[in-house]
Design a protein around this ligand. Structure first.
Ligand code: NDP
Length: 468
């Protein structure tokens, strides 16, 4: 077999086949392999004129042989064990200086371990987060790369060519070594969870609390999308809410079972946040809400025993709800960026946080006009690394906080859950208390466990008078 390909791609599922076509379309010959070989033929047949740039490989040996050395192979198979299995099968076929790229979602701890293990064998390993779903992978995703600069440089032209662009700037960057790319992708997804939860709660307030129809709420999201809430998620919320189910003629959203899972990335964000001494409470709220949603049997029982929401209907006007959504979104993104900063400090990644915001401006699921403001605010220098303290966000937070408070109080009064909004508000209120209530917590700990505490204006460890 001739070594005609610039790069290889193992795994032609939803994302892999879209990425392969994207690479081929940008003029890079790509060798492709899939476990189920019938699928290789299907992808080649459906590739139309792009098929000439695809090199079908029925075995991993053929795949490796088809790529010009030093080889780079993107692995885009089901996350977890299938990735490890594919790596194990490929490694004996590779030479020193070759590069494997895991482009799926991965626990960054695994990425770090694999990078270290393969480095000892002279093989580079890149952990590459890809966001944008199938359409993004096909036409331009946001790409978050972690790994050695020396491994990324030879493939940078391909990665930048297939990425989305924002005003000509490719939404792809090497963000740091080993697990940095997969960590940033994980937090991206965590923010995505929070953003979707806030959108769903705003929908719930209008639908259940104010009796608006999905079509009416779709129009609200359409109007919001024309302003400071402009984002892909608001745009598709309008589309989903305005769709009609062809079978029943009902709003499409009403024929969807209201249960959402929480797969790896949301949970990983929380686990890593806690390990780093952080609390991404808005993301936690979103994960919690999804977990509760999955308990539909219990919810059904609960509605019979306690009845559904029966408090006074929220009176909040659309503009105030929009202001609250923007404020909560800023706070949620802020928690995500603090988490990125904490991880970057802990692992010595030196992540350029402004660059993260920049490569999220197009291609990825959380793309929004807010990210351009966030990138500019970080470039201007964030006080304490905290987005909510940036001068650019003072106005939307000062104006949005009273509306956010109204969303929470009116939801509580109505009996509607507002887990995400309430978490964002409590975070905001906590972060503007110069003196909070942890003094009492430390006093209690000293009382029952003689743990000691720091005393205001004094050095050393102190105990309370209860020990005299
Ligand atoms: P699909 O389910 O569409 O495809 C899975 C692929 O994995 C198939 O090619 C399948 O091969 C292959 N595979 C499964 N098990 C094995 C195995 N043991 N050995 C070799 N190959 C195996 O998945 P996606 O394309 O959606 O996802 C791929 C990765 O991308 C995942 O990490 C996912 O989290 C991530 N991702 C997905 C997004 C999306 O929107 N779908 C967005 C961003 C990231 P076969 O055909 O033989 O079964």
């Amino acid at each position: 077999m001739a070594t005609t390909a610039r790069i290889g791609l193992a795994g032609l599922g939803t994302m892999g086949s879209a990425l392969a076509l994207n690479i081929a379309e940008k003029g890079f010959p790509v060798a492709v392999w899939n476990r189920n070989t019938a699928h290789i033929t299907e992808v080649i047949e459906e590739a139309g004129p792009l098929r000439d740039a695809l090199v079908p490989s029925e075995t991993l040996e053929e795949l490796v042989a088809a790529i010009a050395p030093p080889r780079a192979i993107i692995i885009m198979v089901k996350a977890g064990a299938p990735v490890f299995e594919t790596i194990e099968k490929l490694v004996p076929l590779l030479d020193e200086g070759d590069t494997l790229i895991d482009a799926g979602n991965a626990d960054f701890n695994d990425t770090r371990a694999t990078e270290k293990r393969l480095r000892e064998k002279g093989i580079h390993f890149i952990g590459m987060g890809v966001s944008g779903g199938e359409d993004g992978a096909r036409h331009g995703p946001s790409i978050m790369v972690g790994g050695d600069a020396s491994a990324y440089e030879p493939i940078r032209d391909i990665i930048e060519a297939i990425a989305a662009t924002y005003e000509g700037d490719p939404c792809a960057a090497r963000l740091g070594p080993d697990g940095a790319g997969h960590f940033v992708k994980t937090v991206h997804n965590g923010i995505e969870y929070a953003d979707m939860e806030l959108i769903a709660e705003a929908y719930g307030l209008m639908r259940k609390g104010q009796g608006k129809s999905p079509a009416e709420i779709a129009e609200v999201f359409g109007r919001w999308n024309g302003g400071r809430l402009q984002s892909y998620l608001c745009e598709i919320t309008e589309k989903v809410l305005s769709a009609t189910d062809p079978e029943t003629g009902k709003p499409a959203v009403d024929v969807i079972v209201d249960e959402a899972g929480q797969k790896g990335t949301g949970r990983w964000t929380l686990i890593e946040a806690l390990k780093l001494g952080q609390s991404a409470s808005t993301i936690e709220a979103a994960v919690a809400a999804r977990s509760w949603s999955a308990m539909s049997g219990l919810r059904g029982e609960g509605s019979k025993v306690f009845g559904e929401a029966d408090g006074p209907a929220p009176t909040l006007p659309e503009d105030d709800l929009g202001r609250a959504l923007l404020a909560a979104r800023i706070l949620a993104y802020g928690q995500g960026f603090l988490l990125l900063k904490a991880a970057s400090d802990e692992f010595g990644w030196d992540i350029d946080l402004a660059r993260v915001a920049e490569i999220w401006r197009a291609g990825c699921i959380i793309r929004s006009s807010l990210l351009d403001d966030i990138a500019a605010a970080i470039r201007d220098g964030l006080p304490e690394g905290a987005l909510h303290l940036a001068p650019a966000f003072r106005e939307p937070l000062v104006n949005g906080a009273p509306a956010l408070r109204q969303v929470v109080t009116q939801s509580v009064a109505a009996g509607l859950p507002a887990t995400g909004f309430a978490s964002a508000l409590s975070y905001f209120d906590s972060m503007r208390q110069a003196r909070g209530t942890a003094d009492l917590i430390q006093g209690l700990r000293d009382f029952f466990g003689r743990h000691g505490f720091e005393r205001v204006g004094a050095e050393g460890v102190h105990h309370g008078p209860w020990w005299d």
